[in-house]
Each structure stands twice: as structure tokens, then as C-alpha cells.
Design a protein. Sequence first.
Length: 206
Amino acid sequence: MLLSAHRLHHAFADQAAVLDNVSLSLEAGEWLGLSGNSGAGKSTLGQLLAGHLAPQAGTIKVDGAALPRGGLQPVQWLPQSPELSVNPRWRVKRILEEAWTPPAALREAFGIEPGWLNRYPSALSGGELQRVCVLRALAPGVRYLVADEISSMLDPLTQLALWQALRQVADERQLGVLVISHDAALLERLCPRRLTLSDAQLRPSR
């Protein structure tokens, strides 16, 4: 069971490549850290792995097969700004249950309060909405997560609770998790293997 990217290349118009001949593998159950300066291409790599962008060159495979063209995606990208990934006209309950109905125990573990469910996303703080989006992404059939700065807007206690809840689910289901963060201490705590993206190349973190 493996999420693999082979020789990816990606550049935006009239700019130098942010990814050049980049290869990466993430095993089921593995936690892999990714750091790099702002603008280095970390989010671009995350979006490519989840099928939000198509690579200009190279291949991405999930457990030996190409990413599916439709339906629930086995790789879920969780952006730093959760409001970008929800329909603002939907109530929170519909957003949360878009792909599955999380049990009450999991809603509690992720700190999602019953009173939020009938609200619109704009009525929640960024941190509250982020917890909704993380839990939404854990639908059965999802095998890999790209967590892109998901806890940067949370206070330390909420951050800890979110990662503990996510760790428990990921370990139970053997999900592979790519953690993108500027927080070196967080990556060191969560991820036995860590990479740095710089100058369009991936390198082991020191």
C-alpha cells in the first residue's frame, strides 16, 4: 500500500519550476513531514498528490493505480484555510456529512459541538471549521491525507487535541499522512521521516 509520485514537474506561467523531477513515497500508516520556505511549492505538491492539480510531467499512483477521475478521492488534501474547501451556502451538518456520517464519539474527539451543525461556515472560527473539514476527510475509502498547515491557526491545546484525534484514527485505519508545516518541533514530534522542499527539489531534513 503506497502513495507514490515519480519525477513530478510543475511550473506556473512565466515562473521557475516549483517542482523539478520530484519523487516521493508515502506508505500506509506512515507519517511523513514536509517543510520548506513559503512559496517553495509544498502546497502545490500536496494538491498534485490529491488530484487537485495535474502534473505537467510525471506520474502519481495510489496503491499501484492512477488517481480516480471521479467519486471519493483516496487522497485528501486539507488546506490551511478551510473556508476554501467548503460550500458557504451549506450548513455545517451537510458539509460534515458530505461523504459519510461521522459517529458521535468521533465528533466529540475532534471537539465538534452539536450547536455548530445548524450554522453556516461563516459563523464558525477558522479553527472550528478546520476541525469539521479534517473529520469530513476521514470518510471510509480515504487512504492518505495531506495535512497542509492544518493546525497553524489553533491554540496549543486545541492543536494537541486535533493531532491526537487524527493520530488515533490514522493508526486504527493505517492511513498514510503527509504533514506539511513550518513548525519544525511539530514535524519532529509527529513524523519519524521528514523532507524539505527547496529549489524545486526534495531533500531529507537535517
